[in-house]
Design a protein around this ligand. Structure first.
Ligand SMILES: [Zn+2]
Length: 89
């Protein structure tokens, strides 16, 4: 039986380490690091950032890595302080 060893590359999220896949189903692999990274960048939901790639998960770490304001941060918590200035009459 002939056996051939093959090496392949799968991009992983730089935040959580999730493998780049298609809708949580099939890993998107390629034959070089560069091609795997490019494939991940083209995968819906995955975002290429400076020096890495971020999966579609939305939490504070992922959102910050994407450079977006986190919806979690934007939501007003019960610790939020609201200041308003009313005009004196
Ligand atoms: Zn992730």
């Amino acid at each position: 039986m002939a056996i051939e060893q093959q090496v392949f590359f799968i991009a992983k999220c730089d935040i959580c380490g999730a493998y780049c896949d298609e809708a949580g189903d099939v890993w998107l692999w390629d034959i070089t690091r560069q091609l795997a990274a490019e494939q991940a960048a083209d995968t819906p939901g995955w975002t290429e950032v400076k020096g890495g790639i971020v999966c579609p998960i939305s939490d504070r770490k992922h959102d910050e890595a994407r450079g977006a304001e986190s919806p979690l941060l934007a939501a007003e918590s019960k610790d939020a302080v609201r200041v308003s200035f009313e005009e004196a009459s």
